[in-house]
Design a protein around this ligand. Structure first.
Ligand SMILES: Cc1cc2nc3c(=O)[nH]c(=O)nc-3n(C[C@H](O)[C@H](O)[C@H](O)COP(=O)(O)OP(=O)(O)OC[C@H]3O[C@@H](n4cnc5c(N)ncnc54)[C@H](O)[C@@H]3O)c2cc1C
Length: 242
């Protein structure tokens, strides 16, 4: 690689961008925060680990994923025009529809131009003397801002179950919060689901339609039909060909 190119790449990487505000996360909260910051006339940057907007509804694509509150409660109320334009197709919106709504909002208000995807924030330090936040991404990129908003969600960090042998399991294994973007075909497979929380309750009937055999394991013998929060369920699906 020519020296000049290396120099250019290095100087771009070393540049510290300055904003009035930095938002971490482009879920429903981060998107709204960006909209409001723009209204205030502030320069803002959203850093999002995923490749698109939606947060919870971007990551959780497992079969049966669905809003379990009434769909309309998720509609932003800051724009009467948006409220008039959008009709929820179902009373309890399936994940693809909720994600479609959030993409619609991002398009309508041109939010993506201030959102940087594939950008995980690794550290944020308050510099008392400079009166600013110093934010560092996993990539090494740095940025500063007067205000920092952590719209990272209370359920966006997933946990894998601590099961002996988990790493040596030969078949495919999936966590609902990191479900592939293309459908998983369970036809003819023996499938195991760990957990009986809200996520599992949504996924079980859908996976059972395809699977040859389905086993559901719950940590508590008494069983638990519902958790207050879906992400608290382990919801770990494994499958093996028969
Ligand atoms: C499976 C499931 C079902 C749910 N169902 C309902 C429901 O029916 N009704 C309801 O009201 N709520 C429900 N919730 C709660 C839901 O999380 C909230 O309603 C809402 O979507 C949270 O939005 P948020 O923007 O605050 O956070 P999130 O949607 O979690 O978005 C946070 C974003 O921050 C990003 N992020 C996190 N850390 C970093 C970092 N260090 N750097 C860069 N980016 C980062 C994440 O990638 C994510 O995109 C559900 C949650 C889950 C997991």
């Amino acid at each position: 690689m020519p020296d000049t190119l290396i120099m250019t790449e290095r100087s771009v990487r070393d540049q510290v961008a300055e904003y009035d505000a930095i938002v971490i996360g482009a879920g429903i909260s981060g998107m709204y925060m960006l909209y409001r910051l723009r209204e205030l006339g502030m320069t803002a940057r959203v850093f999002e680990a995923g490749t698109n907007v939606g947060g919870t509804w971007y990551w959780n694509r497992y079969p049966g994923a669905r809003f379990d509150s009434e769909s309309w409660t998720y509609g932003y109320s800051f724009s009467k025009e948006l409220m008039r334009e959008w009709d929820w197709k179902e009373h309890f919106s399936p994940q693809p529809d909720t994600l479609e709504y959030l993409n619609y909002v991002a398009d309508k208000f041109d939010l993506r131009r201030d959102i940087q995807f594939r950008s995980t924030v690794a550290a944020a330090h308050w510099d008392e003397a400079a009166n600013q936040w110093n934010v560092t991404l996993e990539s090494g990129q740095q940025a500063t801002s007067r205000f920092l908003f952590t719209a990272i969600g209370i359920l966006s960090a997933y946990t894998l179950p601590a099961i002996p042998g988990r790493d040596s399991f030969k078949g495919p294994a999936y966590h609902p919060a990191r479900w592939p973007h293309t459908p998983v075909d369970f036809t003819g497979k023996r499938v195991g689901i760990i957990g009986t929380g809200a996520t599992a309750i949504q996924a079980i009937p859908e996976i059972a339609k395809q699977a040859k055999h389905l086993t559901v394991r719950s940590a508590r013998p008494s069983g638990r039909s519902f958790t207050a929060s879906p992400a608290l369920a382990s919801g770990w699906a494994t499958s093996a060909t028969s």
